[in-house]
Design a protein around this ligand. Structure first.
Ligand SMILES: *Cc1c(COP(=O)(O)O)cnc(C)c1O
Length: 225
């Protein structure tokens, strides 16, 4: 068994052990650290969702996979997305995890329409209020949400957050728990249960995120370590 294969097995086992609903959890292989060779190995292990955080890179990789005749990959955009880069991903992206302002949502809407698509997105929330992190603080989200909800070519599937990089498990767990509460609150007030996804958990904190109800875990370093 290769190193990558062994790491992926371990992640799958952790999902079964730590999630209350493992059948609802999807594991995104974050491949921003590696090239096509390693990605092919990851795909061979059955991981068919790739997460990337640079628009031009994800486009190149998507094209390369299509050239190779591999068309069963879901491409997820997970990082900070600049408006002028949406055009590089609008044609094929399966889920954008990081909608954090109205103007970005409007640009995604425009490009989705040009491509005759409805693009699935998550709203990124900055729970801990860290200055260094992207994402909505709640009052800003509540201010912009009515306008975002008018957009016809984007489909809001849930929420995403990044916990502070910390060994303090209580703090990290609190952040994930809060994201779940906000999802429930938005479902009641605005979405009538339409929000189903919680994208939370990375290499250092995915077990805690799973315990708190993550449905999408974004894991990179752990695969390639
Ligand atoms: C890089 C990245 C990840 C993966 O982090 P690892 O620590 O490598 O597992 C997850 N989410 C986002 C937004 C990232 O940029």
């Amino acid at each position: 068994m290769s190193r990558i294969e062994k790491n992926i097995e371990e992640i799958r086992k952790d999902i079964k052990e730590h999630s209350p609903n493992p059948e609802k959890v999807r594991f995104i292989g974050v491949t921003k650290y590696v090239g096509i060779e390693e990605m092919l190995e990851v795909a061979k292990c059955g991981v068919k969702i790739f997460g990337e955080n640079k628009a031009q890179v994800i486009k190149e990789k998507e094209e390369k996979f299509r050239e190779l005749g591999i068309d069963d990959i879901e491409w997820h955009f997970i990082g900070n997305l600049q408006k002028n880069k949406v055009k590089y991903i609008a044609e094929y992206v399966s889920l954008i995890h990081s909608v954090n302002k109205l103007s970005l949502a409007q640009e995604i809407e425009k490009r989705a329409e040009q491509n005759n698509r409805i693009i699935d997105v998550l709203l990124e929330i900055n729970i801990a209020g860290e200055e260094s992190k992207e994402g909505y603080v709640l009052e800003e989200l509540y201010r912009e949400l009515p306008e975002i909800m008018k957009l016809k070519n984007i489909n809001i599937k849930g929420l995403m957050t990044m916990a502070p990089f910390s060994d303090d498990e209580v703090l990290v767990r609190g952040v994930f728990k809060r994201l779940r509460e906000i999802k429930d609150e938005l479902n009641t007030k605005y979405f009538n249960g339409q929000l189903t996804e919680l994208s939370m958990g990375m290499t250092n904190d995915y077990k805690i995120a799973l315990e708190e109800g993550a449905t999408l875990v974004r894991i990179g370093r752990k695969i390639f370590q």
